[in-house]
Design a binder for this molecule. Structure first.
Ligand SMILES: [Zn+2]
Length: 367
């Protein structure tokens, strides 16, 4: 009898342990973040302001002055630092070697205003870029790497709600990428097509979906190479991904079919997903931010932390304090895991918005 009771008790304990592990909510980490590209004052002063505002995570350009001191002070002041690294956007590399340019479906080099992209099929470039990231990790030992421009060429900041997907210029349709597509999909392209535009038009007319899968595959493969090597240097380092703020229904699932960001796959290699929910520049209402976060959360396995704009970009009308407050409130609504303010320099020039951020950040739970 005693034996039976013992077995029942052990079974009961295991059963409880198993189910409590299953139902135990994951520790909620609310990111109260900011992107910083330039130091506006001394380090101590800046970190005092981070504390005042309740900022716990800093997404920082590796180009800021005194980066080493910045990161060492961040560790002392209990702030996490992600270094922002651009992947296929690299004006310096393109200046040195114009053969790196991606090619759009209109047969042009992938350059529109400040947005210029490198072909994702260039293995040598990616190898060098990974080396650059590894060097940053070895020298500065940041808590995380925040990968920006890990996507195909598209000037999404100019894509408005009414834009039709077929009117969006995209890439890359260089010879290497088209050959890669042929091998990947086993689709035969008619031999009488010769120019890039003819081939791109034929592909997008007849095999749009397959092309989207190929574009996503290129980006996923690149991300896989990057993260594998990063983790080999530091297995604990965190990875954040900057994501185009398009929902599945926007532009014919353009996030995958145009930008090449398949979140189901990419999120498995990341710790955070950060859609750039710049509603004002995209002529969207603040509530739209929440709908993007919801949509992206459904397809990602990782916490979603929308990035929010502080002041006007591209447009003439300013972002009012009321609109910004609405954006912050919408950005923090479930299932969001926090927000990232874009960016520090602009926020510091807007006293009303500093108060809004402080009020919001000091209310959320700290990790
Ligand atoms: Zn290419």
């Amino acid at each position: 009898m005693k034996e039976i009771i013992k077995i029942v008790l052990i079974f009961n304990a295991l059963f409880t342990m198993f189910f409590s592990a299953c139902i135990k909510p994951k520790k909620k980490e609310v990111i109260t973040g900011v992107k910083i590209y330039k130091l506006d004052s001394g380090l101590k002063n800046i970190f005092d302001k981070f504390d005042y505002l309740g900022i716990n995570t800093i997404f920082c350009s590796p180009q800021i002055d005194s980066l080493k001191d910045f990161i060492s002070l961040a560790k002392k002041r209990n702030k996490r630092v992600f270094l922002i690294v651009t992947v296929f956007y690299n004006p310096e590399a393109l200046k040195k070697d114009t053969s790196l340019y991606a090619v759009t479906n209109r047969g042009r080099i992938a350059k529109d205003d400040w947005v210029e992209f490198i072909c994702p099929e260039n293995e040598e470039y990616l190898k060098n870029r990974i080396k650059y990231i590894i060097d940053l990790i070895r020298i500065y030992n940041p808590d995380g790497i925040s990968l920006d421009f890990i996507r195909q060429f598209v000037y999404w900041e100019m894509v408005m709600p009414e834009t039709k997907p077929e009117d969006i210029e995209r890439g890359c349709f260089c010879k290497k990428c088209i050959n890669g597509f042929k091998d990947f999909s086993r689709i035969k392209i008619p031999e009488d097509l010769s120019t890039t535009t003819e081939i791109a038009d034929w592909i997008l007319h007849n095999h749009k979906k397959e092309w989207g899968v190929w574009e996503s595959e290129q980006i996923y493969r690149s991300l896989e190479k990057i993260t594998k090597q990063i983790k080999a240097v530091n297995p604990k380092i965190l990875i954040n991904l900057h994501i185009v703020p398009w929902r599945k229904t926007d532009y014919g699932n353009g996030i995958e079919n145009i930008a090449g960001q398949n979140l189901k796959r990419m999120s498995q290699l990341a710790d955070y997903i950060s859609p750039m929910c710049y509603n004002h520049m995209l002529k969207r209402k603040p509530e739209w931010i929440c709908s993007v976060v919801r949509d992206i959360s459904r397809r990602s396995y990782k916490p979603v932390i929308p990035s929010l704009q502080v002041e006007k970009e591209y447009l003439e009308t300013k972002v009012s304090d009321e609109e910004f407050r609405d954006s912050v409130n919408n950005g923090l609504k479930p299932p969001s895991s926090g927000i990232v303010i874009w960016n520090w320099e602009t926020l510091m020039s807007c006293p009303g918005k500093i108060d809004i951020v402080r009020n919001a950040f000091t209310k959320v739970r700290k990790f």
